[in-house]
Design a protein around this ligand. Structure first.
Ligand code: TXA
Ligand code: MG
Length: 326
């Protein structure tokens, strides 16, 4: 049985005790829920791979609550200090050279480690209480959409872990930006809400966004199937009303129950279908995306997603949609 407890002093202490005993605890972050284990214990970290059915060659992010803890797990270079002092805690993960306390199981054999300080009080309190860095992937079984509520974690992980800390809905909704600071040029391996222009302003240098081929080499997790609900996902990036209707009719020939997920601006044009709204802008869409995908699979055989937002956060949302639909 998996317990779900609201975040408070008692549940944090209970969670910290489980973590110290090498057990797994799911906890809220501002991005998505994480599945935490003591990053300094191989036995604990191995349990993450087993619970998620995660391939061993997909490295984990280490979560810290202070600069001191950050320094204990990674060699912090100049650009990393600049980002830490300006932005953190935030939805930004830095890839840096690892320190010896971080095992090859976490890094999948790489000599680098991905580290982040989550911008969420419950997460920071939990790390402080456990007094160790926490290795934590998103708290879903591999290939599924990441959970943004404790209920979504439970639906996926029930019976596999002992405790879920319920901190309500995650306000960001998509995973952190992963920035590699070990390359010649800082490179975004996974897009998120911390965007290229913000990073370039702070670092005063060009920041690259890795194409899928490069990031699959640099960041092994990127090559795997991701974010896929148990229903078909079809993507429309044109936003052309006639085309959307035609596509919808074609899908209807094959699937009985079809819905459309789209930004508010398309709701009127798509009134012929059941709508799962993505909200007024890319930030709202990020917040709702995974919850909507999980909603879609409950009642529909196929979801047609209309997404045309070309802002930087819009592109971060698109990167998830491309994976969910392939
Ligand atoms: O927002 C987030 O980052 C969430 C919350 C829980 O913090 N965590 C998360 O973890 O999304 P996960 O395991 O689902 O994704 C980790 C990503 C993968 O794409 C992985 O390949 C990459 O980070 N990664 C981890 N260590 C790396 C390393 N040393 N070098 C390059 N990429 C790395
Ligand atoms: Mg994940």
């Amino acid at each position: 049985m998996t317990k779900v407890l609201p975040v408070n002093k008692t549940s944090l202490l209970q969670a910290a005790k489980l973590l110290k005993a090498d057990e797994l605890v799911a906890f809220p972050t501002e991005t998505v829920y994480g599945l935490g284990a003591n990053a300094l214990s191989d036995r604990a970290v191995e349990k993450i791979f087993a619970a998620k059915g995660r391939p061993q060659d997909n490295p984990l992010i280490v979560h810290v609550c202070s600069l001191e803890m950050f320094e204990s797990v990674a060699h912090i270079n100049k650009p990393a200090y600049a980002l830490i002092s300006t932005l953190m805690p935030s939805s930004l993960t830095l890839v840096l050279k690892k320190k010896p306390c971080i095992s090859n199981i976490i890094t999948a054999g790489l000599d680098t480690v991905a580290v982040r300080m989550p911008n969420n009080l419950a997460a920071l309190d939990l790390i402080r209480c456990a007094n160790v860095p926490l290795a934590a992937p998103s708290a879903n079984t591999s290939t599924r959409p990441s959970p943004t509520t404790a209920q979504a974690v439970l639906a996926d992980m029930d019976g596999k872990i002992q405790l879920i800390l319920d901190g309500g809905k995650c306000e960001v909704g998509i995973e952190s930006t992963v920035l590699d600071l070990t390359a010649d040029c800082p490179t975004i391996l996974r897009q998120g809400i911390v965007i290229q222009s913000t990073l370039e302003n702070i670092l005063q240098t060009k920041v690259l966004i890795a194409g899928n081929a490069d990031s699959a080499v640099k960041s092994p997790g990127v090559k795997y199937k991701h974010y896929a609900p148990n229903c078909k996902v079809v993507l429309n990036v044109s936003g052309n009303t006639k085309e959307i209707k035609l596509q919808y009719m074609q899908i209807k020939d094959e699937f009985a129950r079809v819905c459309i997920m789209c930004a508010d601006e398309y709701i009127n044009d798509c009134a012929f279908a059941h709508i799962l709204p993505l909200g007024k802008d890319a930030r709202q869409a990020a917040e709702r995306l995974y919850e909507n995908l999980l909603e879609a699979e409950k009642s529909f055989d196929c979801v047609l997603i209309v997404w045309t937002d070309k802002t930087e956060v819009g592109m971060s949302v698109l990167s998830r949609l491309l994976k969910a639909s392939c």
